[in-house]
Design a protein around this ligand. Structure first.
Ligand SMILES: *[C@@H]1O[C@H](CO)[C@@H](O)[C@H](O)[C@H]1NC(C)=O
Ligand SMILES: *[C@@H]1O[C@H](CO)[C@@H](O)[C@H](O)[C@H]1NC(C)=O
Ligand SMILES: *[C@@H]1O[C@H](CO)[C@@H](O)[C@H](O)[C@H]1NC(C)=O
Ligand SMILES: *[C@@H]1O[C@H](CO)[C@@H](O)[C@H](O)[C@H]1NC(C)=O
Ligand SMILES: *[C@@H]1O[C@H](CO)[C@@H](O)[C@H](O)[C@H]1NC(C)=O
Ligand SMILES: *[C@@H]1O[C@H](CO)[C@@H](O)[C@H](O)[C@H]1NC(C)=O
Ligand SMILES: *[C@@H]1O[C@H](CO)[C@@H](O)[C@H](O)[C@H]1NC(C)=O
Ligand SMILES: *[C@@H]1O[C@H](CO)[C@@H](O)[C@H](O)[C@H]1NC(C)=O
Ligand SMILES: *[C@@H]1O[C@H](CO)[C@@H](O)[C@H](O)[C@H]1NC(C)=O
Ligand SMILES: *[C@@H]1O[C@H](CO)[C@@H](O)[C@H](O)[C@H]1NC(C)=O
Ligand SMILES: *[C@@H]1O[C@H](CO)[C@@H](O)[C@H](O)[C@H]1NC(C)=O
Length: 579
């Protein structure tokens, strides 16, 4: 409560200041060149924005865009670049000058201050179509911006000449003469999508041969306008293979690692403000800036038509129906009465956190509204829980703390025989899983393989199955009560992701109990786009009828019958339980 009062006082003082503020030297400006070209900037930098592209990013006489394409906003790939029909200064508030560029689809705002190299940016929807991909980006001078920095990698962008020396083997992926691959998807990462996460990525290098370093970054203090859940991943930076430009991407709504992402947006839905930040190129300066932005978020100087500052908090505790606390569960606040998976939701705003060891969770700065609250196992002490928790009609009100109290999450309530890997919607702990993103790792996984329960370890099991062949789980079943035959059992198959073109039959003691076929599973690109930890989660159960299991040794087989290179199953967990 105190925090909100402080905020209102701050806002009030801001308004008073803005009435009083005289025009200062170095103040941000918007100059019209003609009816379809403008220059924005301050004393430090300026940019010429024409119908579609922002070019001539000038700094100390250097053009940071140069021969590259520059800045633009687009949806559904490159075909739909927004065209600006007008530009105006919409607001001056203290040091903040808010300049809007209007397109039919919506307004792109640049918020400049006199002494910031960079700008806060946000986009307000007017008429975007139903879409999957929506992004803003910089395509910058490649003589200056030679390296990329993400949470997984800090390295040179592959030179265009290297890409051209290779053979294209799939979507933006080339086989080099020495047998390695080069692909923009290796630069993909999970989005730091949880409040408090430090979010910064960018491209940097030497200012056109001067020796001075320069870097261009995106810093997202707000995370609620991103689509998807904790496992949302996206393309971040790359070398443009058609031109050689250094690309700094800002996928504010994306679909690169999802089965379905096709959302419709309410008029007024606002992405941002995020910060486009230019510095001396050092990540160790971008990091504290991201920390500062997190502290300042939600931004006092900003408002939107849905009440940017109308936020409250939400807390509660989740316990499992078997009495355990929902330790470390992933907790997600998204669509009310959802029709889509958590990863595929993206029309509105989304909040993600993890429960603590006692199952307590808390969301701060949640926009006022009605939400659907979900929780699922993120491994650890509850890594055997295959069900998810959902509570609809969770109301969050402005300046209020909503306390949901203790809620019960019904587990599958079965007795485990064995489990390989924990349920966390990720390929955690399996062989070859985990960062960084890297193309074609699944070819290292075996075609034929036997896992012996009690002897093998989780990291013997490879993170993906792609090749024709048979993976066998060999296990002993404890003696049944004398005279009785074996009860029915349930085989749970939890996939961290699946890329189509690979099918398998599932057998228990050589009898088919089911299949996972390419026709029946929604495909996502994780396995062939350098994913090593997750794509879209899928969960299946197969019944082993009574009498299938026998005393002593038994087998469950995953017999892969159809393959496609680099496609297949990414495992989360496989588990056998008595029904
Ligand atoms: C407006 O100015 C830009 C930048 O100088 C120029 O490229 C463009 O051709 C001009 N357009 C018109 C309609 O004059
Ligand atoms: C843009 O910046 C350059 C210096 O990099 C400067 O020479 C030029 O006058 C500036 N343009 C405007 C319109 O201020
Ligand atoms: C980089 O510097 C060279 C040599 O001074 C100059 O010819 C070139 O135009 C500069 N490129 C950019 C993008 O400023
Ligand atoms: C922007 O204009 C170009 C032609 O100038 C056109 O090809 C493109 O489709 C337009 N973008 C949109 C989103 O309509
Ligand atoms: C930079 O872009 C130019 C085209 O503008 C291209 O010829 C060159 O190979 C690129 N440089 C690198 C290092 O990729
Ligand atoms: C293959 O070539 C690339 C590009 O020159 C190089 O970066 C990489 O280290 C090489 N890898 C091997 C295994 O030789
Ligand atoms: C984001 O925050 C969560 C919770 O504090 C933490 O577990 C996770 O490691 C963070 N991720 C990144 C990329 O910072
Ligand atoms: C996305 O939604 C639009 C409009 O509802 C629909 O026409 C289109 O088929 C959908 N695309 C996918 C891939 O679901
Ligand atoms: C889910 O679908 C129903 C029926 O089509 C619709 O009324 C509802 O708005 C949808 N919910 C969401 C969150 O999209
Ligand atoms: C896998 O096992 C099958 C049956 O034994 C065999 O035909 C096949 O060659 C094996 N695949 C590999 C890659 O070893
Ligand atoms: C796969 O299983 C489904 C039932 O889940 C069954 O209808 C289908 O015939 C099976 N397909 C094959 C190829 O065995």
């Amino acid at each position: 409560m105190a925090r909100f009062q402080a905020l209102s006082l701050y806002l009030l003082s801001f308004c008073l200041q803005s009435f009083a503020s005289p025009t200062k030297a170095g103040e941000p400006f918007l100059k019209a060149l003609n009816s379809s070209a403008w220059i924005i900037g301050n004393d430090i930098w300026n940019l010429t924005i024409a119908q579609t592209y922002g070019t001539k990013l000038m700094y100390k006489g250097y053009d940071l865009v140069g021969e590259a394409v520059g800045h633009y906003v687009s949806y559904n790939g490159a075909v739909d670049n927004l065209n600006w029909t007008s530009a105006r200064i919409v607001k001056k508030s203290g040091d903040y000058t808010d300049i809007a560029f209007s397109a039919n689809e919506g307004d792109m705002h640049w918020v400049l201050t006199p002494d910031l190299f960079g700008a806060y940016q946000y986009f307000v929807n007017r008429a975007l179509p139903t879409l999957g991909e929506f992004r803003t980006l910089w395509r910058l001078d490649n003589t200056t911006f030679t390296r990329g920095h993400t949470s997984e990698r800090d390295q040179d962008l592959p030179p265009l000449a290297l890409i051209l020396s290779g053979t294209k083997v799939q979507d933006e992926t080339w086989l080099l003469p020495n047998g390695t691959y080069v692909t923009k998807y290796d630069f993909a990462t999970f989005l730091p999508s949880i409040e408090g996460n430090l979010s910064y990525w960018g491209v940097y290098g030497q200012l056109n041969g001067t020796g001075a370093q320069i870097g261009s970054w995106y810093i997202h203090a707000g995370k609620d306008y991103f689509n998807g859940d904790h496992l949302k991943q996206e393309l971040i930076v790359h070398r443009e293979s058609s031109s050689g430009d250094a690309v700094q991407l800002n996928m504010i709504h994306g679909t690169h690692y999802q089965a379905v992402s096709n959302d419709t947006f309410p008029v007024g839905k606002t992405w941002g403000p995020w910060l486009w930040y230019v510095n001396d190129g050092s990540a160790s300066d971008a990091a504290p800036r991201a920390q500062q932005e997190n502290k300042d978020w939600p931004y006092a100087w900003f408002q939107d038509s849905y009440g940017y500052h109308s936020r409250g908090s939400l807390s509660g505790r989740v316990v499992l129906s078997d009495g355990r606390a929902a330790t470390g569960a992933a907790v997600f606040l998204g669509d009310n009465h959802p029709n889509k998976t958590a990863l595929d939701q993206g029309s509105w705003y989304y909040y993600r956190t993890y429960a603590d060891s006692n199952g307590n969770f808390e969301f701060n700065n949640v926009r006022e509204g009605m939400w659907g609250l979900q929780a699922w196992a993120d491994g650890g002490k509850i890594g055997d829980v295959t069900t998810s928790f959902l509570r609809n009609d969770v109301s969050v009100a402005k300046n209020k703390q909503t306390k949901l109290g203790t809620m019960t999450w019904k587990t599958q309530g079965r007795k485990k025989i064995w489990q390989i890997g924990q349920i966390d919607r990720k390929a955690t702990d399996f062989e070859y899983s985990g960062p960084p993103h890297q193309h074609a790792r699944v070819v290292k996984c075996p075609a034929n393989f036997t896992y012996t329960v009690g002897k093998s370890t989780t990291d013997d099991w490879c993170f993906g199955q792609s090749d024709i062949g048979k993976w066998t789980v060999s296990f002993d079943v404890p003696p049944f009560p004398s005279g009785s035959s074996s009860p029915a059992a349930v085989l749970s198959v939890s996939l961290a992701g699946y890329s189509s073109g690979v099918s398998s039959n599932i057998l228990a003691n050589n009898v088919m109990i089911g299949n996972l076929t390419s026709e029946d599973i929604l495909s996502d690109p994780c396995l062939y786009r350098s994913g090593t930890l997750a794509g879209e989660w899928h969960y299946y159960e197969f019944e082993l009828p009574a009498g299938t299991l026998k005393k002593g040794s038994n087998t469950v087989d995953f017999q892969c019958t159809r393959t496609t290179l680099w496609h297949g199953f990414m495992w989360d967990s496989v588990m056998l339980e008595w029904k």
